[in-house]
Design a protein around this ligand. Structure first.
Ligand code: HEM
Length: 129
């Protein structure tokens, strides 16, 4: 049976399984593997903190992901298709493992953060012209 998202352990299950899909994905995998060459041992704990902060509100993450994605977009254009794919994989992972209010919140928050990210990227492109 699926469970609700309640703890750091649940967040770790969500995030790890999501990135397992990401690194093997034909549409967005190369951005992580070949462009950013992500160090997963360093990145995963940051993502646990980020999602724990967003979903369980415990102030573990105090960074700002927006500038990082704006810079990444200068190395490889991050398109709507990339964001749609990211969101599809994230929502799929949430639904595979979890149910309940926090699972719904995870899908809503990822959607709204992705929207803001795309707006920030578009603004940065206008400023560069
Ligand atoms: C096309 C979609 C996206 C791509 C290709 C992408 C890619 C990346 C990459 C390459 C990194 C750097 C990892 C490293 O440290 O080496 C990163 C960091 C991060 N991403 Fe994304 N991302 C995407 C969308 C999102 C979305 C929608 C969210 C939030 C809902 C998000 C949240 C974060 C956070 C929190 C970090 C860590 C920032 C920090 O170090 O403080 N990303 N992303």
């Amino acid at each position: 049976m699926k469970k609700t998202i309640q703890s750091r352990k649940d967040i770790e299950i969500l995030v790890k399984n999501f990135y397992d899909k990401v690194i093997n994905d034909e549409t967005i995998g190369f951005i992580f593997n070949d462009v950013a060459k992500v160090n997963w041992d360093a990145h995963l704990p940051v993502m646990f903190d980020f999602w724990e902060n967003v979903l369980l509100q415990n102030n573990k993450y105090s960074g700002n992901p927006m500038p990082l994605h704006v810079s990444l977009n200068e190395k490889v254009p991050l398109t709507k298709a990339h964001f749609d794919r990211w969101l599809k994989l994230f929502h799929e992972t949430v639904d595979e493992y979890f149910e309940g209010d926090i699972a719904i919140l995870a899908k809503q928050r990822s959607q709204s953060i992705a929207t803001i990210m795309q707006i920030k990227i578009a603004e940065s492109e206008r400023a560069r012209r």
